[in-house]
Design a protein around this ligand. Structure first.
Ligand code: NAG
Ligand code: NAG
Length: 390
């Protein structure tokens, strides 16, 4: 009980700090939001060549620099142009409310957070030994980051605090009938509000996030990093996966307020509330992939890539589809999103062209084959337990 109360106090202290901090840099629902996305689509990233690092820059210096790029934001943000009342805000469509509450700034640094969720925190005796090494790997590779393992109880308070001014979000979060749905929703909510890295508790960091993206890509040119979960190049792929290219949502890095997160949060909220009203919110696990999981996540990302509100489509040759990402071995950049190849977040799966754990592009290991008890799967989600494609 004491540990729970303690962690709650810490969480609230951190939040209070950011609440105070945030109130100094919220911006209006302005057109500047759109300008941040005014980038060419799509640009393939060159793979870093072995001899690329300047001879004058030691590896330690380069690492320090890169880590600095991921530091907690400390720059003052533009002052709000106009303040609108809460009452007025609540009249607006949900997406606009979220954009107002969590303004996106591609120029900002990636917040130095690692968010994970589990039934227990590592400080509790009940925290499974199976997860200790994996959990520790995140801290080892990111010593300067704030690393939080959020329990169900703390998650409820956190969501209530972060989304106090957007009551529909709270209503939807509370209405979700399964912990696995809440766990899916929570990762999008925490990244939308706070940014940083979300990663499932059964993942291990193989490399620092500072080393995920080639150094020559300026961090103010992208605001989200996603990996490919599945690229099943076979005619019967639909038997195994819900999308031909599926992006994974067990590890996501984002700056706060990213439009993809706005979309996914608004979608889940609206679907949940309409199902609640219709009395059709079911505890059926089957449709989780489409409701809150990787299918919805993948659709939201593609929806963003093809949204004329964010991209100048006049120069593009048709829509961005799975064909742009199949078989890719190096990162790609579409607008302000970097897509990593399957090896990066799924090394060692022995299928779909993924490399091994020691591949230079292997960053996060998802330990599907863990030895935890089935009831613990509730947090990881059925959506991640895939039949293996032979
Ligand atoms: C949510 O996204 C899905 C795509 O996965 C789409 O079919 C559905 O219409 C969206 N729902 C809402 C309420 O926006
Ligand atoms: C391209 O994507 C947009 C938005 O998702 C969609 O409305 C449109 O029909 C798509 N066009 C083609 C040619 O598939």
């Amino acid at each position: 009980m004491l540990t729970f109360r303690k962690s709650l106090v810490v969480a609230l202290a951190v939040l209070t700090f950011f609440f105070i901090f945030r109130s100094h840099h919220s911006s209006d629902l302005g057109p500047s939001f759109k300008n941040a996305h005014d980038m060419p689509v799509p640009t393939s990233l060159a793979k870093p060549k072995p001899g690329d690092t300047k001879a004058t820059e030691s590896a330690a210096e380069a690492k320090k620099k890169a880590e600095k790029a991921f530091a907690t934001p400390d720059q003052p943000k533009p002052k709000p142009k106009t303040q609108i009342s809460l009452e007025e805000l609540h009249q607006r469509p949900l997406k606009q409310q979220l954009e107002y509450q969590f303004p996106y700034d591609v120029e900002a640094k990636f917040p130095a957070y690692i968010w994970q969720t589990w039934k227990y925190t590592p400080a509790q005796g009940e925290f499974s030994e199976d997860f200790r090494e994996a959990e520790a790997s995140w801290t080892i590779h990111h010593p300067s980051f704030v690393h939080e393992v959020i329990t169900d109880e703390v998650a409820v308070h956190l969501v209530r605090h972060l989304y106090a001014s957007v009551p529909e979000i709270l209503e939807a979060y509370n209405a979700l009938p399964l912990p696995v749905l809440k766990a899916d929703f929570f990762r999008y909510l925490i990244l939308l509000a706070r940014g940083g890295i979300y990663s499932d508790i059964d993942t291990s960091a193989l490399k620092s996030a500072a080393d995920w993206i080639p150094r020559d890509v300026p961090t103010n040119s992208y605001g989200m990093v996603v990996g490919i979960e599945a690229d099943p190049d076979r005619p019967d792929w639909q038997k195994w996966y819900s999308r031909r290219i599926q992006f994974c949502q067990w590890t996501i890095q984002s700056k706060p307020g990213h439009p993809v997160l706005i979309d996914v949060v608004a979608n889940i909220t609206q679907t949940t509330l309409s199902r609640k009203a219709a009395g059709t919110l079911s505890k059926d696990h089957e449709k989780i992939i489409e409701f809150t999981g990787p299918a919805l996540w993948t659709d939201s990302i593609f929806g963003f890539f093809n949204d004329p509100e964010y991209f100048d489509m006049s120069t593009s040759k048709g829509n961005i589809t799975w064909e742009h990402f199949t078989g890719m071995k190096a990162p790609k950049k579409v607008g302000d999103v970097i897509i990593l190849p399957i090896t990066s977040f799924s090394p060692g799966v022995k299928q779909m062209g993924a490399g091994e754990d020691d591949d230079p592009m292997a960053f996060v290991k998802h330990n599907f084959q863990g030895t935890w008890k089935p009831e613990e799967l509730r947090h990881i989600g059925e959506n991640n337990v895939k039949p293996k494609v032979k």
